[in-house]
Design a protein around this ligand. Structure first.
Ligand code: PLP
Length: 391
């Protein structure tokens, strides 16, 4: 098949939900992807923060293929040692107590939302169901997670949206205080707004939010779908802020390329879900669990986490000396670049022509390289970016 044939079939047979770059990727190794014409690309995207270990990592391939050859799926009517091992690991990594396994970020967030509402319903009865999220947040594409997403552009077409969300300005504690009322059951935040343009929350704001939540029995939920799994120089980003959320959600990088999500909750929320209150057919699929166990065993050691931070610092330093770079922000290897010329989309498209896969978020360039990217691959990618910025 040629690229043109693939593109035509996509036009004809797929819903037009994505604007795609003009390349069809067919294989990869490490941080290098190859397209249908044999052209190679340095990958600064890891499939939007998914391929934590890069393409076709040896250990990951072995874990996944050996599980596929052993037992690919059982229903959640039966026990699974992979599910329990993964859940135990997630609890020990987060200091939280209970896990629900699902298949995506939006699903993990749906679980967190249901948890918060049921906690409040069980304790206070009806009417205390409002969840505060942040302006400019992103929480997913289901009808309810679109509602949770604090951006008007997402609140269109699909009416009626789920009720019971309100939006607070990020880093504005007075705005949060204004929104606290008797009907609020939870505050749900990303610590670094990813899709919203790589915007880290200030630690003062986050500790104040945490304090207000504790004082009012309001749950603090953290969407770590993009920031989790060692992306930001801590296993989970809340650890960078020294807070203890009531629940966190994880997905993207968790399976290293297979669909898996998790909602992990602590203390007050541990016993909220009971048999029949939540579920999903594929949740905790053995192959996805085997993939996640491999990822976590590799990326959560102290040495690895320190290395992610070092690579992130190295990238940021190099970026700051590049033409057209106005500002660099983020944490670890979750990095956003504000360009002087405000031409991120254009640069990203030209980078693809020049052999570099790179993301955008709002009007920023965004980097989410595989966590295992080598310094050599980083240098190659940055040199393509530099040439593209100059061009
Ligand atoms: C990507 C993302 C989601 C949605 O995850 P899906 O797996 O696409 O459903 C939710 N929250 C954040 C912060 C994300 O970055």
């Amino acid at each position: 098949m040629t690229f043109e044939e693939i593109k035509n079939d996509e036009q004809q047979y797929m819903m037009h939900t994505y604007g795609r770059f003009p390349t069809a990727l067919v294989s990869g190794k490490g941080a290098v992807a190859k397209d249908v014409d044999g052209k190679e690309y340095i990958d600064f995207t890891s499939g939007i923060g998914v391929n934590s270990l890069g393409y076709c990592d040896e250990g990951w391939v072995k874990a996944v293929s050996s599980q596929a050859a052993t037992l690919q799926h059982i229903s959640n009517l039966y026990y699974s040692p992979l599910q329990t091992e993964l859940s135990k690991k997630l609890c020990s990594l987060t200091g939280l107590d209970k896990v629900f396994l699902c298949n995506s970020g939006a699903e993990a967030n749906e679980c967190a939302i249901k948890l918060a509402r049921k906690y409040s319903f069980d304790k206070y009865g009806e009417g205390r169901q409002k969840i505060l999220t942040l302006v400019n947040s992103f929480h997913g594409r289901t009808v309810t997670t679109l509602s949770a997403t604090g951006q008007d552009v997402f609140h269109n077409f699909f009416f009626p949206f789920t009720q019971g969300f309100d939006y607070v300005k990020a880093n504005d504690i007075n705005d949060l205080k204004k929104h606290i009322s008797d009907d609020v059951c939870a505050v749900f935040i990303e610590l670094i707004q990813g899709e919203g343009g790589v915007m880290p929350l200030s630690s003062e704001f986050v500790s104040e939010v945490s304090k207000i939540c504790t004082e009012n029995d309001i749950l603090l939920l953290v969407d770590e779908v993009q920031t989790g799994v060692s992306r930001t120089g801590a296993v989970y980003c809340f650890q960078n802020y020294g807070i203890k959320p009531d629940a966190i959600t994880s997905a993207k990088g968790l399976g290293g390329g297979l669909p898996i999500g998790a909602c992990v909750c602590g203390g007050k929320l541990s016993e909220v879900m009971t048999a029949g209150t939540h579920g999903t057919t594929f949740g905790g699929n053995p192959i996805a669990c085997a993939a996640a166990l491999e990822v976590l065993s590799r990326v959560t050691t102290d040495d690895f986490v320190i290395e992610v931070k070092k690579k992130g610092d190295y990238i940021c330093e190099k970026l700051l000396s590049m033409p057209n770079v106005k500002e660099v922000r983020g944490m670890g290897m979750m990095i956003g670049i504000v360009t002087e010329k405000d031409n991120a989309k254009e640069v990203a498209a030209k980078c693809v022509e020049n052999g570099l896969l790179i993301l955008t978020a709002k009007n920023l360039l965004r980097l989410l390289p595989p966590l295992t990217i080598t310094y050599e691959e980083i240098d190659k990618g940055l040199s393509i970016l530099k040439n593209t910025m100059e061009g």
